[in-house]
Design a protein around this ligand. Structure first.
Ligand SMILES: NC(=O)c1ccc[n+]([C@@H]2O[C@H](COP(=O)([O-])OP(=O)(O)OC[C@H]3O[C@@H](n4cnc5c(N)ncnc54)[C@H](O)[C@@H]3O)[C@@H](O)[C@H]2O)c1
Length: 261
């Protein structure tokens, strides 16, 4: 049984993860953490009346035998949480997006120093992982590309971690170049979206959406659109489960679920 702590358990993804961990035959939920929690035990919550699991609402109070720390929190707390997990020999499985590149480098150095495996996955959905791989392949032949990501309107960071990761993977095979007309001008600021090595990234925020992405390629007289849709947060859970199962076999912090598939 893998002992699991879920950080951000009061949130949408954290709550879905708690349910998955409780239902999984090989996982044991040993602690949950969320600054918004006022209860001391999960069984105080009517939905988990039979579940005896300690609740923590401050990092300094956490006292646990957890082996894996699943993090679905906020862009401004994930770095501190991941540091805490690594320092305590707990393997972080990070779903929270918004970590900066220099923070990832610092965490990777800490993981190496401690010999602890960990994963940062901007997207745990298999359709998103495949979309990124297909997009990288397509960019070898069609280097003019724009990315449109669409999410629910409670998302804090933009563009999404998946969109940034898609752009990074494409940038590995595409020579950086500015797209569009060399003299193009925005008459409304932001009209052309964010710029990643000349690729444009557009972020849509609307109620009703969960997580969706399109990668549009244009060539002479042709176009290719690759699209993925996550309609339900349950779609991320098989990827989270794979990470929980496998991550303790590693001694480094990796980025991208594809490293474990
Ligand atoms: N990797 C993926 O596949 C994937 C999929 C969906 C969402 N996400 C990301 O997961 C994160 C959470 O998304 P959500 O929709 O569940 O958000 P949410 O707002 O519903 O939940 C976040 C929870 O984190 C808690 N929290 C805040 N600070 C905390 C801290 N320091 N420690 C622990 N918990 C803390 C909040 O109280 C809240 O309950 C976001 O960054 C989102 O982009 C990733």
């Amino acid at each position: 049984m893998v002992k699991v702590l879920v950080a951000g358990f009061k949130g949408r993804m954290g709550n879905t993860t708690v349910q998955m961990v409780l239902e999984h035959a090989d996982f044991e939920l040993v602690a949950v953490y969320d600054p918004m929690a006022s209860e001391k035990n999960l069984n105080e919550n009517p939905a988990y009346a039979q579940t005896d699991v300690p609740v923590f609402n401050q990092l300094v109070d956490i006292d646990t035998k957890a082996e894996v720390w699943v993090d679905f929190t906020r862009p401004d707390s994930v770095f501190e949480n991941a540091q805490y997990a690594l320092q305590h020999g707990i393997s972080p499985v990070i779903g929270t997006t918004g970590l900066q590149d220099d923070q990832v480098i610092q965490l990777q150095a800490l993981a190496k120093q401690k010999g602890v495996g960990g994963l940062i996955a901007p997207n745990f959905g298999i359709s998103a992982v495949l979309l990124m791989q297909f997009a990288q392949k397509a960019a070898q032949y069609l280097p003019d590309v724009e990315i449109i990501e669409m999410h629910h309107d409670n998302k804090l960071d933009a563009p999404s971690g998946t969109a940034i990761n898609t752009a990074k993977m494409i940038a590995e095979v595409r020579q950086a170049h500015k797209q569009g007309h060399p003299e193009e001008k925005e008459t409304l600021a932001g009209a052309r979206g964010a710029d990643y090595e000349g690729m444009r990234i557009h972020a849509v925020r609307l109620p009703g959406y969960v997580a969706h992405e399109q990668v549009l390629f244009g060539g002479k007289g042709e176009a290719l659109t690759i699209r993925q849709d996550s309609f339900d947060r349950i779609s991320f859970m098989s990827g989270v489960a794979v990470a929980i199962e496998k991550i303790r076999a590693y001694q480094e912090l990796m980025v991208g679920l594809e490293n474990l598939l």
